[in-house]
Design a protein around this ligand. Structure first.
Ligand SMILES: C[S@@+](CC[C@H](N)C(=O)[O-])C[C@H]1O[C@@H](n2cnc3c(N)ncnc32)[C@H](O)[C@@H]1O
Length: 346
């Protein structure tokens, strides 16, 4: 059979490849009776649960997973032979899912291909063909801010399709992959981490705010904050990029965070991307809580060693709770061996 209806309770989970086991542990902790069905690619696997996708999403919201980047339902499996006929076959399968699509709310089709070979069609071709069918329900297309999503994951011999609310997928981006355009003035790749955190955690960065950037050099995060019209106090013994040295609204303290925090000012935002032992970085972030103005926000990366990441992430979040409410903690697409945390002082 070319198209096969799967158990209503099959989902596809995505995490950083090296964090897949931790992500699976997080799924188990929901108590949804998770059964591992196998990997589809690096960091992507199929699971079956005793709960439907909506119920699983509700349980995940309660447990606030850190390492699961994205999860979507797989309601249909469609055989692929990597010929142009796949496009029509997938579009026909999409039509069989239209009963799950709410015509009153916006929709996007998110297609990922894990196929190692070369297909005679692109992911965009598939997206277009499926979106056309899905739109026949009357649901308006909104690629950037969809309320519901048709998720399509193409593997070597099968594609999996499912419909869910974007809010139930842990990320509105396909597979949790949020890409940003590279800008000529970009200082470091780290900029993408802060941009992703601002978007994912819904952090409001306002023109005229004052920010403290701990471990600022070479200055990517400082540049991002300046692009929002924020004045930045950058703390790092290392040098900042020349473009920031000539910026009057960047004040560089060439000293350690430990030294600076003894005479710190107050700020609306404190960010911390310092390369140091995670326990020490958390202790400094807790000390910095006094320097946040009411309503202020903190963002930090927990730089986790290769081993015991799950335990150290949990321990670090527990320690941060001494000074902050955790607004969000996730291993972002742009994080490597890190977790990014958004904080509000208590
Ligand atoms: C990953 S880099 C920061 C990158 C930066 N966020 C960017 O976007 O360009 C880490 C920085 O932490 C700084 N650092 C390490 N220990 C520090 C300390 N005790 N106080 C201040 N900065 C420190 C290092 O000098 C280094 O520049």
């Amino acid at each position: 059979m070319e198209t096969e209806h799967l158990s209503a309770h099959t989902s596809i989970m995505t995490a950083a490849p090296e964090s897949l086991q931790i992500a699976l542990n997080e799924l188990h902790k929901t108590g949804a009776g998770i059964e591992w069905l196998g990997a589809l690619g690096p960091g992507i696997g199929r699971v079956r649960s005793q709960a439907g996708h909506q119920d699983l999403a509700r349980r995940l919201r309660q447990h606030s997973p850190v390492f699961i980047r994205h999860i979507c339902p797989a309601q249909l499996a469609v055989a692929l032979d990597h010929t142009p006929a796949d496009v029509a076959r997938l579009a026909d399968a999409c039509e069989r899912l239209t009963g799950f699509i709410d015509p009153a709310v916006s929709l996007s089709v998110q297609t990922r291909s894990l196929y190692g070979g070369k297909d005679p069609y692109s992911v965009h071709d598939l997206n277009d063909a499926l979106a056309k069918r899905a739109q026949e329900t009357g649901a308006p297309l909104d690629v950037r801010h969809p309320t519901q999503v048709v998720s399509v994951v193409c593997g070597n011999d099968k594609a999996f399709l499912g419909v869910s609310l974007a809010a139930d997928n842990l990320s509105v981006w396909s597979g949790g992959v949020q890409r940003f355009a590279r800008q000529a003035e970009q200082i470091s790749r780290a900029e993408f981490k802060l941009l992703e955190a601002i978007d994912l955690f819904g952090i409001r960065v306002k023109r005229g705010d004052a920010a403290l950037d701990l471990g600022a050099a070479p200055g990517g995060w400082t540049r991002v904050l300046r692009s929002f019209g924020v004045q930045v106090t950058a703390v790092d013994p290392a040098e900042l990029a020349p473009s920031l040295q000539s910026d009057e609204l960047v004040l560089h303290h060439r000293e350690t965070a430990q030294a600076y925090l003894r005479h710190a000012d107050t700020f609306d935002i404190i960010v911390n991307d310092m390369k140091m032992d995670v326990g020490e970085s958390v202790a400094l972030m807790n000390a910095a809580a006094h320097s946040l103005r009411p309503g202020g926000i903190g963002v930090m990366t927990l730089k986790l060693p290769e081993r015991q990441q799950e335990r150290l992430a949990t321990l670090s979040l527990g320690r941060l709770r001494h000074a902050y409410e955790i607004l969000g903690a996730r291993q972002l697409f742009h994080n490597r061996s890190e977790v990014t945390v958004a904080l509000r002082p208590i």
